[in-house]
Design a protein around this ligand. Structure first.
Ligand code: G3P
Ligand code: MG
Length: 255
């Protein structure tokens, strides 16, 4: 795989989405090991709270799609969620994977030398609590050997709480389509960048943000040709379910 980090920018061009979601179950420790084995340098994952206030990795509000458990994660204790299998749905090789805690994830990232974009994915009503708990934990445990992490969220209240708990951690505002008032929103939340749905981007809006000094990342990009187009508009990095394939397809000269 060609190097995608030799371009002088702090972030690699391709970030593993939920680990490496096409190669291993999303948001699991096996997924991060897979990403590292695929020579990915940075991963994205989703953090939410259990009923008893623990930070866990899970994309959906409910356990049903990615585990053999049922119902809202926010209604179950950490101990109950740990009994769920988070790998079998993906394939028999991953049977026995657990829903990771944020603590053990950070510890593994340190060992794998993987950077991270940590998405705050609160259940409705838990925006501030999620932002506060995750930011405090990351601030306390993030290994000094790793590049600093980035906290992102679709939820302004989660970002505001994260800023209060750990102002030193960089934040990104996550959006679908770029809102007309992107400048005001990112300034108010003191976000260092904006992450947007790649399907909603065009060259003009990316240029406007980059010219204003606001880096833009795009999700979810699984084709190298599309990644190249986004980079040509000024997008700084893409989140990909197949980061190895996208990075392999990039002509890294000049990007
Ligand atoms: O952080 C980028 C991307 O993960 C946002 O969307 O739904 O995959 O968490 P989603
Ligand atoms: Mg996410």
């Amino acid at each position: 795989m060609p190097s995608v980090t030799g371009n002088g920018q702090r972030w690699p061009r391709v970030i593993g989405h939920r680990g490496a979601a096409l190669s291993a179950p999303e948001n699991t420790l096996a997924g991060f090991c897979m990403a590292a084995a695929l020579h990915v340098r940075c991963v994205e994952f989703d953090v939410r709270l259990t009923r008893d206030g623990r930070c866990i990795l899970l994309h959906d509000d409910t356990l049903d799609r990615t585990t053999n458990g049922h119902g809202p994660a926010a209604a179950s204790s950490f101990e109950e969620i740990r009994r769920c299998d988070a790998g079998s749905w993906f394939g028999p090789d991953f049977a026995g994977q657990r829903v990771p805690s944020l603590e053990e994830t950070i510890e593994l990232l340190g060992r794998l030398e993987l950077g991270a974009v940590i998405e705050l994915k609160p259940a409705p009503g838990a925006e501030a609590a999620t932002g506060r708990a995750a930011a405090a934990l990351v601030a306390e445990r993030w290994p000094a050997s790793l590049p600093p992490p980035l906290l992102s969220s679709f939820k302004p209240a989660a970002l505001a709480a994260a800023r209060e708990a750990a102002p030193q951690l960089e934040r990104a505002l996550l959006v679908g389509a770029v809102p007309r008032d992107w400048r005001r929103q990112t300034e108010e939340l003191q976000c260092a960048m904006l992450h947007a749905d790649q399907r909603k981007l065009d060259g003009a809006i990316v240029s406007a943000m980059v010219e204003a000094g606001l880096p833009v990342f795009a999700y979810t990009v699984n084709l190298a040709e599309r990644a190249k187009e986004l980079f040509s508009w000024g997008v700084g990095a893409v989140f990909s379910d197949c980061p190895d394939r996208v990075a392999d397809g990039l002509d890294t000269q000049g990007i």
